[in-house]
Design a binder for this molecule. Structure first.
Ligand code: GLN
Length: 535
């Protein structure tokens, strides 16, 4: 069987039901059966990418190796499948329109009236099929963001309808809905599901599989009833009961035979396909279950009110805790509230401190106070991106005596811009206009702690920032024991700093959190947690 199969995942009734986790779980199961799988996310908003979105609006902005600012679901895909995603894995309505309008301006449509159908829908289909036509994948799982029935989703549903019509046996649609439990009546209600399927059918798409998200197990009777009203065979109506961890969901879906149903409906002969080998995944979950001792970590950042804003950091820490046989207890601390007077009180007792990435000056003083506390009290501390920049500023101010050291992001007039764009760096980073995005190589100084941690001399990590460490101060830092141990040789940029006389104090200009996966936890987080346990 060598044609690519396309699976579409839509959602109904409510948002936040976990379409991304469902799509990633199915991807995992098919991959564990030996197939080559990729997951794609369609976001129906007009922003060209989520790079400019406030994390409060849409959670964390994830970055792919090829430098695309993407939806956080791509993080789930990578963490589950251990396969890198790229720009094509995340499409937005803004991107679709942008490219259609560019084509129109170029005259590609030869004077035709440009319309939602067929031009926008064709562009959506082209972007889905680009993955299939690459020849790299047996399955392309495309998640349609938003909820069926939204005006924004219409062109996507229409594209799915057309693909199902054109590639009949190679397409399958899965609809995820919610079955609410009415406590007063002690009953699960399927009516919203029926309505949501109706909305999908109105768009001409008949779901092949229904996944019902529920807090209580659904009965066979309910499966039959939903199946009958929605034109879906009852054995293709499956439940997704709330799981204690997102990493449990692939196993729950396996128990419900989701992968089997998908394969059968797509014409596979199950005796030709091997069972999903989830041994390593199970081992990870076992370790997680067995870890009862806690490790207490503080995450200092300015978007702490929203759970999703630091998604990849949380997940990376939780992978690392599991592999260290610990249960992660993560406390998010609002950097705006920290001062040099209260930092000790607020941060005492944590075994490790993470200084979060961020943009703009809000909360920076709090981050600097937290860093000083960690440095002076020898608490393991990892600074990520802005966190690393704040580590440099704090050190310059307190140890090097450069009292007005700052970043030109916050203060363009200060004399000692430790983090600043240097003349020679402007070729790589256009000041203020574009960011350094995606994976860059970094050489590790031999004998440094990071060299030991990675067990490599050259690494590649993902970036998302505008400002760079100012090389004018490199020597001073090195001589004072804050060593510049990770260097981008091509552009001569400082990527990692580490403090010599400290149990674990490392700042990284890149984002290691984007590349920690369940089966390949990131060495920096692993070692950070290990250090946190050594108190
Ligand atoms: N605001 C900083 C910069 O642009 C850091 C960005 C980040 O933490 N991702 O360089």
């Amino acid at each position: 069987m060598n044609t690519t199969k396309y699976i579409f995942v839509t959602g109904g009734v409510a948002s936040s039901l976990g379409k991304g986790i469902l799509a990633a779980s199915l991807g995992k199961l098919l991959q564990a059966r030996g197939f080559r799988v990729t997951n794609q996310k369609m976001d129906p908003y007009i922003n060209v990418d989520p790079g400019t979105l406030n994390p409060y609006e849409h959670g964390e902005c994830y970055v792919t190796v090829d430098g695309h600012e993407a939806d956080l679901d791509l993080g789930h895909y990578e963490r589950f499948l251990n396969v890198e995603t790229h720009k094509v894995n995340n499409i937005t309505t803004g991107r679709i329109y942008q490219s259609v309008i560019e084509k129109e301006r170029r005259g590609d449509f030869l004077g035709k009236t440009v319309q939602v159908v067929p031009h926008i829908t064709d562009e959506i289909k082209r972007n889905i099929m680009a993955l299939g036509l690459s020849g790299h994948f047996d399955f392309v799982i495309t998640e349609i963001g938003g909820t069926v029935g939204d005006i924004e989703s219409l062109p996507y549903v229409e594209a799915v309808r057309q693909m199902k019509w054109e590639l009949e046996n190679d397409c399958l649609s899965i609809h995820l809905t919610y079955v609410p439990y009415l406590a007063a009546a002690q009953e699960l209600k399927t009516k919203p599901t029926q309505h949501s399927v109706k909305a999908l059918q109105q768009g001409g798409v008949q779901p092949d599989i229904l996944v019902l998200r529920t807090e209580h197990p659904i009965t066979d009777n309910m499966r039959r009833k939903v199946g009958l009203f929605c034109n879906v065979s009852p054995n293709a109506v499956i439940q997704s009961v709330d799981a204690k961890s997102i990493y449990q969901v692939p196993l729950n879906m396996q128990q419900e035979h989701l992968d089997e149903i998908v394969l059968r409906k797509l014409g596979f002969n199950l005796s030709d396909v091997r069972e999903a080998d989830m041994t390593e995944w199970n081992a990870f979950l076992d370790m997680r279950d067995k870890a009862t001792q806690e490790v207490h970590i503080a995450l200092v950042g300015k978007y702490v009110q929203l759970h999703d804003a630091y998604m990849s950091i949380r997940e990376s820490l939780s992978h690392a805790a599991t592999y260290n046989d610990r249960k992660l207890v993560l406390t998010e601390i609002l950097s705006d509230e920290l001062t040099s007077d209260n930092a000790a009180d607020r941060l005492r007792g944590y075994q490790g401190i993470i200084i979060a990435p961020g943009f703009g000056s809000r909360g920076v003083d709090g981050k600097i106070a937290a860093i000083r506390f960690a440095r002076e009290n020898k608490v393991p501390c990892l600074g990520i991106c802005l966190g690393m920049q704040c580590m440099a500023i704090e050190f310059a101010r307190d140890v090097l005596g450069l009292k007005d050291a700052d970043s030109s992001e916050f203060n363009a007039d200060t004399k000692h811009n430790v983090i600043d764009l240097m003349e020679e760096q402007k070729t790589l980073v256009n000041k203020g206009a574009s960011m350094r995005l995606g994976a860059y190589e970094c050489e590790l100084l031999s004998g440094s702690r990071v060299n030991q941690i990675y067990g490599k001399d050259v690494i590649s990590e993902r970036h998302r920032h505008r400002y760079e460490f100012n090389n004018r101060y490199r020597r001073m830092f090195d001589e004072a024991g804050m060593c510049c141990v990770g260097i981008n040789r091509k552009a001569d940029l400082v990527e990692i700093i580490e403090l010599r006389d400290h149990p674990w104090f490392i700042g990284v200009q890149f984002h290691p959190e984007y590349s920690s996966t369940v089966l390949r936890p990131h060495p920096l987080f692993l070692d950070f947690i290990k250090a946190a346990l050594n108190d």
